[in-house]
Design a protein. Structure first.
Length: 90
């Protein structure tokens, strides 16, 4: 099983943040035209909803929203990590 020390965890987190920002930048670069006011409002509303959902999920012992991201990160980094399962309280 892979040992994750603080340095490795921070490296993975920094990589995740960088990849997310790079992906957003790529979307913006490849746009054929600037966002309209309506598109900006829709995007802001969507991001606000997403943030609110994530904040709410942090107040509950329900880890399902992070499960796919975690699984993909484990796979991407070739980590041999035993997954612990927990019962979510809804």
């Amino acid at each position: 099983m892979t040992e994750l020390d603080e340095a490795k965890i921070n490296e993975i987190i920094r990589g995740f943040i960088k990849d997310s920002l790079d992906e957003e930048e790529e979307v913006r670069i490849n746009r054929q035209s600037a966002l309209s006011e309506e598109e900006i409002d829709q995007r802001a509303s969507f991001l606000g909803s997403l943030q609110a959902d994530r904040r709410e999920s942090l107040t509950k012992p329900d880890f399902r929203p992070a499960e796919n991201i975690t699984d993909e990160t484990i796979k991407q980094h070739g980590l041999d990590i035993e997954k612990r399962t927990s019962k979510a309280i809804l």
